[in-house]
Every structure is written in structure tokens, then in C-alpha cells.
Design a protein. Structure first.
Length: 284
């Protein structure tokens, strides 16, 4: 009973620390969009780590706390909508659901037998859910306010992609490297087991890591150039929706999807190669 109590305290402390870390990372965006949304240095990852380490219940609770903090920081956004229904929709879609879903980040734990691959898949999954929440909100609540009423869904898909695509890639890359070095599956967090460290990492694994990282960075740069060259006025530097329709969305979506597939496939391939290497060492 005492052990169970200590375990609960540990989880509470870890959740508090991770929520604080996630909030701190959100304070310093790499890129901030004019009508809401930003690219951060993996501010969602601490909540995803909690979900992966302690389970979906703890993850959803941490996601809710993080959502509440983000809502408090974004109270000014509620002044742009006029009806109570709109205010409620913004709170639910842009904050409550959008950040609570991060608590599902550990849904793939134990499915692939590889921490890095499971965490990357979980990251991509919850980011896709968050993106969907913002798209729905943009096409309904914000239509006619910050998003043109005409073709609101298309504009919402495009606008929210400008920050969510880079955010997904950055978070997935950081999740991959963190998960490849630290073991979150044991009660006491530590480095990946000594047995793994004794085995020299095959050259193919190193190559795959370099290739997947390069592809992820290249995709982020490509998306940024393709999108911002059309939505930012070259003379004034201000952002505008006027030329949003000129963005070549098909290449942007294809490049981002290919980068995500390569990243996930690399994680799985590295897992298989390391497992085979482990088996080979044990046979000897």
C-alpha cells in the first residue's frame, strides 16, 4: 500500500514538472503566426512523454491542465468572437480538445517493441488530432473574422498547416532522439539499458538516422519557403490571406507526408536492425 502511494506521488510530481516544462517551452515560440498558432521547440512533447510513461489517464489529465494554462494565456482571443456559443466553441476546439488529445500520445506503447518508433507514431497521431481541432475551429468560429468566409475550410486547412506541419516535424524529431537515449518504460527514468549500449550501433542505423533527420529538416524548410513566400507581403513584411490560394498545397502535403513516413519507417527499421544485432550477440 505504501509502495502504491509512493508511485502515485511520483507520477503527480512528474506530471507537474512536465506540465511546467511544456508551458515554459510554449512561452518562447520559434515562429508566431499573426492570427494564432505558433511553432515551438517541441512544447507538446512533455505531455506526450507523460502519456507514454504513465498511461493515457495521466496523460489526459496533464493535457487538460496544459490546455487550461494555454487558455489562460490566450484569453485575449475570446474578445474577437461575439456570441457565447462562439466563445464556448473556441474554448473547446482551440484549447480543451486541441491540447487534451496530447494525452493519447502513449497509445502505441508496447505495440512495436521499440520506444522511439512508438513515441514518434504517438506524436504524429496526437498532432493530427490537434490539427483537426484547429481546422474545424477555423472553418466555423473564425470564418469571417480571421479567415475569409468564402472557402473557409480550404483557408483553415492551409493556415493551420503553416504552423502545425513544422510543429509536427520538430516534435517528432526531438521525440525520436530523446526516446533513443532515455528509457521511460521503467519506474526509474534512466539511459537506455546497458545491454543495448554494449552493442555497437550498426552503420546502417547511423545512416538511417542521418537520412531521416536530413529529410525532416529539408521538409520543414521546404514547407516554410513554399507557404511563407505567398502569405507574407514582401514589401511590408505583414502576413495576408490575399495570396493563400497561390500556395502549391499539393507539393507541401506530399513532402510533409513523405517526410513523416520516412521518419516512422526509419524508426521501425532501426528497431529491427538493433534487435537482430542483439540476437546475434546473444547467440555468440
Amino acid at each position: 500500500m505504501q509502495t502504491k502511494g509512493k508511485n502515485r506521488v511520483r507520477k503527480l510530481v512528474e506530471c507537474a514538472v512536465m506540465i511546467a516544462l511544456a508551458s515554459a517551452l510554449s512561452f518562447f515560440p520559434i515562429l508566431k503566426m499573426p492570427y494564432g498558432g505558433s511553432v515551438t521547440f517541441a512544447s507538446m512533447l512533455p505531455i506526450i512523454l507523460i502519456a507514454y510513461r504513465n498511461g493515457i489517464g495521466w496523460g489526459l489529465g496533464s493535457g487538460f491542465a496544459f490546455a487550461f494554462i494555454q487558455q489562460m494565456l490566450g484569453l485575449d482571443n475570446l474578445s474577437y468572437v461575439s456570441t457565447w456559443q462562439s466563445v464556448l466553441a473556441v474554448i473547446i476546439l482551440d484549447y480543451a480538445l486541441a491540447f487534451v488529445v496530447l494525452g493519447l500520445g502513449g497509445i502505441f506503447r508496447g505495440k512495436l517493441k521499440n520506444q522511439s518508433a512508438e513515441m514518434v507514431l504517438g506524436t504524429v497521431f496526437v498532432c493530427a488530432l490537434r490539427y483537426l481541432c484547429h481546422v474545424i475551429s477555423g472553418a466555423t468560429v473564425w470564418a469571417g473574422i480571421s479567415i475569409p468566409t468564402k472557402a473557409a475550410l480550404i483557408y483553415s486547412i492551409g493556415y493551420n498547416a503553416t504552423y502545425m506541419l513544422p510543429e509536427v516535424i520538430v516534435t517528432a524529431v526531438v521525440a525520436y532522439y530523446v526516446a533513443s537515449m532515455i528509457d521511460f518504460r521503467k519506474e526509474k527514468i534512466g539511459r537506455i539499458s546497458a545491454s543495448d549500449e554494449k552493442i555497437k550501433l550498426p552503420t546502417s542505423c547511423i545512416v538511417l538516422r542521418i537520412v531521416s533527420t536530413t529529410v525532416a529538416v529539408a521538409a520543414t524548410v521546404f514547407d516554410a519557403v513554399a507557404i511563407f513566400s505567398h502569405i507574407q507581403d514582401g514589401d511590408s513584411g505583414e502576413f495576408t490571406f490575399a495570396h493563400m490560394g497561390e500556395v502549391a498545397w499539393t507539393p507541401v502535403i506530399i513532402v510533409s507526408a513523405v517526410a513523416a513516413v520516412i521518419l516512422v519507417a526509419s524508426c521501425i527499421a532501426i528497431s529491427v536492425i538493433k534487435k537482430n544485432a542483439n540476437s546475434g550477440m546473444l547467440d555468440k
